[in-house]
Write a protein that binds this ligand. Sequence first.
Ligand SMILES: NC(=O)c1ccc[n+]([C@@H]2O[C@H](COP(=O)([O-])OP(=O)(O)OC[C@H]3O[C@@H](n4cnc5c(N)ncnc54)[C@H](O)[C@@H]3O)[C@@H](O)[C@H]2O)c1
Length: 352
Amino acid sequence: MKDIQATTDKIGFAIIGCGLVSAFHANAIRAIPSAKLIGFMDIRKDRAQQRAEQFDSTAFTNLRAILDHKEIQVINVCTPNGLHEPIVLEAAQAGKHVLVEKPPEITLERMDKMITACQKAGVEMVPVLQTRFRPAVAELRRAVKHGRLGRLFIGDVYMKWYRSGAYYQRDKWRGTRDIEGGIMMQLAFHYIDLLRWLLGPVKQVFARTARLRHHNIETEDSAFVIIEFINGAIGVLEASTAVIPGIDVRLEIHGDRGSIRLKGECIQQWYIDGQEDETLKKNLSHKGKTAAGGEADFDWQDHKALIMDFIDALRNGRPPAVTAIDGRNALEIVLAIYRSAKIGKPVALPIT
Ligand SMILES: NC(=O)c1ccc[n+]([C@@H]2O[C@H](COP(=O)([O-])OP(=O)(O)OC[C@H]3O[C@@H](n4cnc5c(N)ncnc54)[C@H](O)[C@@H]3O)[C@@H](O)[C@H]2O)c1
């Protein structure tokens, strides 16, 4: 892996794509003592300029200038979903590590090209799956990993959110098949990753998609999936941007020894071996918003935690907590869901 030199030096970051999520990255980087935000770049120069002023850093006018910059070691790819690959490939070729927003890309071909390019260049690529770092989610994962819920048999996600018509109209790429990819790709991606992280590899999916409110977008605004895992567990995954008011996402895991149910960042139930854990509920429940009602309704602390882990991994030569393969696994499930919705039949994984 590409060496991160002196351990006392700050690691330099540059952000490509200066829209909504770029501010979350910038705030997170600024809050990490071992990180330094060097600059921004966007095909819209005004946007890069605005962010540079906001965060007291440099506006770069082209990618080359960032790739050639010696102090920049990590590139944060914050362009729309289907526009990540060319930037990741160039970054890898220039020897830069990459933090790529989710979904890392929208086809497996592009995903694999990015993985191969990063491996060849000896750089790390981390997909931004920051929900894994939420305290309640991390504790849930620990419980599952240590077998505290026993044999897992149900894993559900209900993501009944609201996005306005203006959300879909504001940026041309939203709601498009070729660049956004649909609600599973754009919004449910985090929770698909969580289900797989908690319950293991997926055996097959059976999906139905629909356009329930936003009739002038190309993709679905709602999707309904039955998801079966290799370990025998089964679950339901619902995602929508049509529901008013948007409801915090619910993640519910059931095993033969108990149930853990989260809503947003709050633990609603932590019931294991006949006992409800009120202390965990109290200590790990946060009232923070989780994007149910609007695209910017969430906090950048989870981004910060993911970036801190990435820095620690680079410094200590260990794999990061979230790997490129995790991003590929979630992407494969999303693509299987879309294939199933298209053919009206269950689709088994792996898909080709
Ligand atoms: N992790 C999360 O929770 C989270 C939240 C929101 C968005 N995202 C992801 O972040 C990415 C960006 O989303 P957003 O909401 O910020 O989008 P956005 O439309 O607000 O911003 C994207 C920016 O990229 C710029 N851009 C497009 N092509 C470019 C190129 N080739 N080079 C440089 N700049 C380019 C656009 O001009 C725009 O300013 C998407 O992949 C999205 O799914 C992740």
